[in-house]
Write a protein that binds this ligand. Structure first.
Ligand SMILES: C[S@@+](CC[C@H](N)C(=O)[O-])C[C@H]1O[C@@H](n2cnc3c(N)ncnc32)[C@H](O)[C@@H]1O
Length: 220
């Protein structure tokens, strides 16, 4: 399958057809099998309620959505949003016959309107992969789709100074991560989110504090 031209040339979250087709397997392999346990724990940390409606931005294969749907009762629902048709196929195959999960093919880096708001908006390993002005568009999309007192949960790199990383960690990070991630990790995301009207930040750290689940709410 031919690779489409990237919207953002240095982005590592716009995946090649090979990576998109094998994404879950690759995550298990590069983490030496640790990813499954980690992602279950991280998703448990969101605090999903049975009646929640959830939006998963850049949902990928639906692996995370499949964990989140376990917390939902009959009236809960999840909408996975992604631009990739390769991801769409995997998501829809995973949720065949499951009415609570639907996929929408949609770019999240431009303003959009789903016509409804959610109790929880989740974005996992996507936000770091854009230039800062594009991340700000994504935050606006979140604000426009979150119910009062809703939860916005970002699972992504935590905050750290690259200069202070052990040399091997820095080499791995700078060799395999996209350059957009380099400024992402050095920004004060609690402050940025606060300036956009999000409040009550709380966080959980994983993988030697390099990965973080950062949750904020939005006042009513
Ligand atoms: C690194 S993967 C993460 C997938 C999933 N969130 C996870 O944690 O397993 C990044 C995902 O973001 C999607 N993506 C990248 N750019 C996007 C955009 N502009 N709009 C919507 N989805 C996008 C990709 O297709 C891919 O599925």
């Amino acid at each position: 399958m031919k690779r489409e031209k990237k919207l953002y040339p240095e982005s590592g979250v716009e995946l090649s057809p090979f990576t998109a087709s094998n994404y879950d397997m690759l995550m298990n392999t590069v983490s030496f099998g640790a990813y499954g346990k980690f992602i279950r724990k991280a998703i448990d940390g969101i605090g999903i309620k049975a009646t929640d409606s959830i939006i998963d931005l850049g949902c990928g294969t639906g692996r995370n959505a499949a964990l989140m749907v376990n917390y939902l009762g009959e009236t809960g629902k999840i909408t996975g949003i992604d631009l990739s048709t390769i991801m769409q196929k995997q998501f829809e195959a995973r949720f065949a016959g499951e009415k609570r999960a639907t996929f929408r093919q949609q770019r999240i880096d431009v303003p959009f309107d789903l016509g409804e708001k959610a109790d929880v908006i989740f974005i996992s390993f996507v936000l770091h992969g854009f230039p800062q002005q594009v991340r700000e568009v994504i935050l606006e999309n979140v604000k426009n789709h979150l119910k009062p007192d809703g939860v916005f949960a970002i699972l992504d790199f935590a905050e750290f100074e690259m200069a202070k990383m052990p040399a091997l960690h820095r080499w791995v990070f700078t060799t395999f991560e996209c350059p957009y991630a380099f400024d992402f990790v050095e920004r004060d995301w609690k402050k940025i989110l606060g300036s956009k009207g999000f409040d009550s930040p709380s966080e959980k750290l994983y993988f030697k504090n390099y990965i973080r689940l950062l949750k904020v709410t939005i006042g009513g």
